[in-house]
Design a binder for this molecule. Structure first.
Ligand SMILES: C[S@@+](CC[C@H](N)C(=O)[O-])C[C@H]1O[C@@H](n2cnc3c(N)ncnc32)[C@H](O)[C@@H]1O
Length: 274
């Protein structure tokens, strides 16, 4: 029998609710085509003709690993090194110097929704190059185990590294035979990657609390209630006066009162109100 080609609206809504409850990501009906294409691939891989069969194994956790596969195919992993440079400049010129001025000798940074690790590695380069006497760690977490494995491997295409400043590029990367670029092992000491679902961030077994939390282009897929929950748990696991950084198009408006907005050249950064 031929594989079902489209999900009915009713089927889509069931799936939408399931994904939302498990991850906080809300894909409106306008994203049906995007999600559908990915679900049909999973059904094909498991040799199911009907969505109802696929949904049954998801819902009843008959194949426990399928939820991982589902997250792997629906998450959008676009990222690259030195993304949104003005925020990184504010980090280097204002945030870190201020933390140091306030007596910090060790700084913990979180890259939440780190995808394949480009953001976390960029942060490690900035810390190493500009604050050689400060101890630091960069923890990258993501719901997708595929991207976490990639972040640990740290091999990147020329597209991903296109904005790495030349002098850093020469120092931190080696060219592989397949044409990709590997972030050198000798610079990985401060980097940690772990699969964590942000909805369960409070329970995550990682080195908390954090002084600076980057969560860029992740919460755009969350509805307001889940956003509020995740931002609250970031707050609960951050240090007094800690910083929170979102993507350019994102804001904490009507999500959290715990942070104030700071303006830097072409960049907005949030800081805990205490
Ligand atoms: C567009 S990428 C952003 C990568 C990086 N933060 C950046 O700005 O370049 C979004 C990432 O968020 C992750 N993500 C989405 N929902 C998540 C959740 N509930 N828990 C953890 N990670 C999640 C996705 O797997 C994806 O890798």
């Amino acid at each position: 029998m031929a594989i079902q080609e489209n999900l009915t609206l009713e089927e889509y809504k069931k799936l939408q609710e399931y994904i939302y409850n498990k991850s906080g990501m809300f894909f409106p009906v306008s994203r049906k085509g995007y999600i559908e294409k990915r679900i049909l691939k999973r059904m094909e891989a498991l040799r199911f003709d009907k969505f109802s069969q696929y949904f049954e194994i998801l819902r009843k956790e008959i194949l426990r690993t399928e939820i991982i596969n589902l997250f792997n195919v629906i998450t959008i992993n676009e990222t690259f090194f030195f993304r949104d440079l003005p925020q990184l400049k504010a980090l280097k010129n204002h945030i870190i110097p201020e933390l140091i001025k306030n007596g910090k000798t060790s700084i913990n940074i979180l890259s939440a929704g780190c995808s394949s690790g480009e953001e976390a590695h960029s942060l490690a380069i900035i810390m190493r190059e500009n604050f050689p006497n400060i101890r630091f760690s960069v923890t990258g977490i993501d719901i997708s185990d595929l991207v976490i494995a990639k972040a640990k491997r740290a091999e990147y295409s020329d597209y991903a590294v296109r904005f790495v400043p030349k002098n850093y590029f020469r120092k931190y990367f080696e060219k592989l035979e397949n044409g990709n670029f590997k972030y050198k092992d000798e610079f990985k000491r401060e980097l940690f990657f772990k699969k964590v679902n942000l909805v369960e961030f409070d329970k995550a077994d990682i080195k908390k609390p954090f002084d600076i939390i980057f969560c860029r282009y992740v919460l755009i897929y969350f509805d307001k209630e889940s956003k509020k929950g995740v931002v609250k748990s970031f707050y609960n696991n951050s240090t007094k006066g800690g910083y929170f950084i979102m993507g350019n198009s994102e804001s904490l408006f009507s999500v959290s009162e715990d942070y104030k907005m700071l303006h830097f050249p072409s960049a907005i950064i949030y800081k805990r109100r205490d």
